[in-house]
Write a protein that binds this ligand. Structure first.
Ligand code: SF4
Ligand code: SF4
Length: 368
């Protein structure tokens, strides 16, 4: 198993990373070329690694250091939704119908190898709840072996289970972001609509903290727990876990409006003006069936990654450019230049027949 990853990155950069550890090193093209050829770690490399991460076993070099090749693609990040199924039924969940369906192992294996072949270095595993997917262990292990830095989005309910905890402790992810749905059993279980879920969250986080796993919290504020924001923050602080607060609820990925009543109106936050994004150019999303789209929101058109392979991704850039053009109901809006919402998200809100005030951040448009 490798302890260090050396990989090409965007704009001709080359990175040295250590799975499960913070920080990294940028090296020159020449030093990267040297590492592609050597059989033992050069002195400068040993020094740099030791300075960053302390003693790391670099021997034998060809096993301990995974040097990833130049690919000719610019994709460095991807998100992979293993399965839409979940053990909770959160009222705000943007997945809508959460079907327990996903690729069988041969297709997943092929898909993960394609991600490796196009240069994906940072991979987010998500769901549904990824840790309840029956191939979670195999998927995580292969992505790790292929040299990806893995992030996991989870509700934390399975982190205490030895099968999951032992895997993540032995092969450390870059980070695990846990959604927090309340600070008390009543609000948390009320939001997830699953009795006992707060207890499982607590147990999972406690086990992961004891194992020293790199946790982050995403505090989800809905009208169910809006009175508990300070308590949720205190919960994170008590464990010493960094957090971000998520307050704007979206329609479902099918354009369904059933999630929107969960929005805590008093917490609705102005978005930063949308100034473009690299969706479909440097990152993409893969759904449970192996369909690659520009991101989790702009899901159509998409590319059948398993059937078409890496070549199919050549279309994603064009798909992204056309999806991000202002169109439909926003055509003619004179405030587009400072629009705070990207077009794929606007399309979902419009499909959900949501009032403009729910997504348009311009007060001039209020009441339209
Ligand atoms: S835990 Fe996450 S995936 Fe599951 S229902 Fe809640 S929001 Fe959706
Ligand atoms: S939702 Fe919009 S801003 Fe977010 S990744 Fe997709 S295109 Fe980019």
């Amino acid at each position: 198993m490798h302890n260090i990853i050396v990989s090409p990155y965007l704009e001709g950069q080359h990175l040295v990373l250590c799975p499960g550890r913070e920080g990294g090193l940028r090296i020159s093209r020449g030093k990267y070329a040297e590492l592609c050829q050597v059989a033992a770690a050069p002195a400068w490399f040993v020094d740099a690694v030791t300075q960053l991460w302390g003693a790391v076993d670099l021997d034998p070099f060809t096993e301990a250091v995974l040097v990833r090749p130049v690919t000719g693609y610019e994709y460095v990040r991807a998100t992979y939704e293993l399965n839409l199924g979940c053990n909770y039924d959160c009222e705000h969940c943007y997945l809508g119908i959460k079907e327990f369906k996903g690729m069988a192992w041969p297709e997943r294996e092929r898909m993960l190898c394609i991600l490796r072949d196009v240069g994906v270095l940072w991979l987010q595993l998500t769901g549904g709840e990824p840790t309840i997917d029956k191939l979670f262990g195999e998927t995580y292990s292969l992505a790790y072996d292929l040299g990806m830095m893995i992030s996991i989005l989870s509700n934390g309910s399975k982190l205490h289970e030895p099968k999951v905890l032992d895997l993540l402790t032995a092969y450390r992810p870059h980070d695990i972001t846990i959604s927090v749905y309340g600070a008390t059993e009543a609000s948390y279980d009320g939001l997830t609509r699953r009795p006992g879920s707060f207890r499982k969250f607590h147990k999972g986080v406690t086990a992961a903290v004891e194992a020293g796993l790199p946790l982050k919290f995403s505090l989800i504020v809905t009208n169910h727990n809006a009175a508990e924001v300070a308590q949720m923050e205190a919960l994170a602080d008590g464990w010493g876990i960094p957090y971000v607060t998520f307050v704007n609820m979206s329609p479902t990925i099918y354009g369904g409006a059933e999630t929107l009543p969960s929005q805590s109106v008093e917490h609705l936050r102005k978005r930063k003006p949308f100034t473009g994004c690299n969706a479909g150019h440097t990152f993409f999303h893969v759904d449970p069936h192996g369909k690659a789209s520009i991101c989790k929101i702009g899901r159509e058109p998409n590319v059948d990654l398993v059937a078409e392979g890496a070549e199919g991704l050549a279309r994603l850039g064009q798909i992204a450019d056309s999806l991000l053009l202002r169109q439909g109901g926003c055509t003619g809006c004179t405030l587009q230049g400072t629009c705070g919402t990207c077009m794929p998200l606007v399309q979902l809100y419009r499909k959900a027949r949501s009032p403009l005030a729910n997504y348009c951040q311009h007060t001039e448009n209020e009441g339209r």
